[in-house]
Ligand binder design. Structure first.
Ligand SMILES: *Cc1c(COP(=O)(O)O)cnc(C)c1O
Length: 393
């Protein structure tokens, strides 16, 4: 077979397994209501947890900065692309997370690859939660270290993985698991790390901005310092509503990344206006609990209403509220039917999640209202009666 034919066959196979993915083309801003083609939808699929992607003050910060500094950053940070807006944002992120320093990255995928490839090599060992984000798994796999996956949130399984001899040992976990919405037991994991002389790296993509008293994330909520979690990674494209990511930690860690992280060194800096907009998001997050409180109320009400249905909701107290359907074909059918009724939810299938656990990934955001939750739950009940019988699980 030619290369073209081989590719065609792989695409066909994916179609037949109900795993084919298709993009929707958005015509509106990212919001609780979105427009796709000529249709308007109630949107329960975005990670814009605080509704900041379309916040007027963030938009103003962005446009004012673009008017002053232009659009493109023009170069990598090491050459001439490192702008004062990046520099100030890094200082503010360090202060916000209670770390000595922070370093901006183009996105979370690059930040995770960079950290794991710089910190690990041959002779080292990395232990990762089985349900870690793909970028963490890819980073661990490509690092050259011995790569171990422990059972999801299972501390005994983690301890077993840490017994082999190794030069450096690093344990890596999502803070909030992106497809399940549950939390890693960071305090216990950090204690295990200390007993084994290992570093802990936490990816707080879904906790940063929403968890903790001031929104500084799961480490703030659990009161974990840089001693407990030496490598803290967070993203800016989710609750912060902009784009990019950062790593926060000691002066030594950050200088090491600046000197040795290839995805950092060989990539163009984020536009300075994106950094300026992110500084505004940070200001909004630090200054008030209004958005976080509203989101918490929506989560509570959604769970309360869902508990009265036969749908299988995972135990999650975050904005990520997955409903397990099991079968991927049924999951797709339900999501398509919901879309016909004007509601968008993510249909998450393998390989993103383990086989047999295909799910609807409902995400709630501060731009939703209590009425939106009512509409969603009523449609979910209807969908459940139409498509999900016991044989489909
Ligand atoms: C989204 C996400 C990333 C990737 O971040 P991007 O900035 O979108 O590249 C990394 N880790 C987790 C857990 C995520 O959810």
């Amino acid at each position: 077979m030619t290369i073209e034919q081989q590719l065609k066959q792989a695409l066909l196979d994916r179609h037949e397994a109900h795993l084919y993915r298709q993009r929707k083309v958005l015509l509106s801003a990212q919001n609780s209501r979105v427009q796709v083609n000529a249709q308007h939808y109630l949107n329960f699929a975005s990670n814009d947890y605080l509704g900041l992607a379309n916040h007027p003050d963030v938009i103003t910060a962005f446009t004012e900065a673009a008017a002053r500094y232009g659009v493109g950053s023009g170069a990598s940070h090491m050459v001439i692309g490192h702008h004062e807006q990046h520099h100030l944002l890094e200082q503010e992120l360090a202060e916000f997370t209670g770390r000595e320093r922070a370093l901006l990255f183009a996105n979370g995928y690059a930040a995770n690859l960079a950290c794991l490839n710089v910190l690990l090599g041959q002779g080292d060992l990395v232990a990762e939660d089985k349900l870690n984000h793909a970028s963490l798994l890819d980073g661990g796999l490509s690092s050259g270290a011995k790569f171990r996956r422990y059972l999801h949130c299972d501390l005994n399984s983690l301890e077993k993985m840490l017994t082999p001899k190794a030069n450096r040992k690093i344990v890596v976990t999502d803070g909030v698991f992106s497809m399940d919405g549950d939390l890693a037991s960071l305090r216990e994991i950090s204690q295990i790390c200390q007993q084994h002389n290992a570093w802990l790296m936490v990816d707080d993509a879904h906790g940063f901005g929403v968890l903790g008293a001031t929104g500084a994330g799961l480490c703030e909520a659990e009161n974990l310092s840089a001693n407990d979690v030496p490598v803290l990674m967070g993203t800016l494209g989710k609750a912060f509503g902009t784009y990019g990511a950062f790593v926060a930690g000691s002066e030594t860690l950050i200088e090491t990344l600046i000197q040795f992280a290839r995805p950092y060194i060989y990539s163009t800096a984020l536009p300075p206006a994106v950094a300026a907009a992110t500084r505004q998001s940070l200001k909004i997050i630090r200054e008030g609990t209004g958005l976080r409180n509203h989101l918490a109320e929506l989560i509570r009400v959604f769970r309360e209403k869902m508990q009265k249905t036969n749908l299988e909701l995972l135990t999650s107290h975050t904005a990520i509220q997955p409903i397990i359907i099991g079968n991927q074909e049924t999951t797709l059918k339900v999501a398509q039917w919901l879309q016909e009724q004007g509601v968008l939810v993510g249909a998450i299938r393998p390989p993103t999640v383990p086989a047999g656990t295909a799910r609807l990934r409902v995400t709630l955001t501060a731009s939703h209202s209590l009425e939106d939750i009512d509409s969603l739950v009523n449609l979910l009940i209807d969908a459940n009666e139409r498509f999900v019988d016991s044989s489909a699980r």
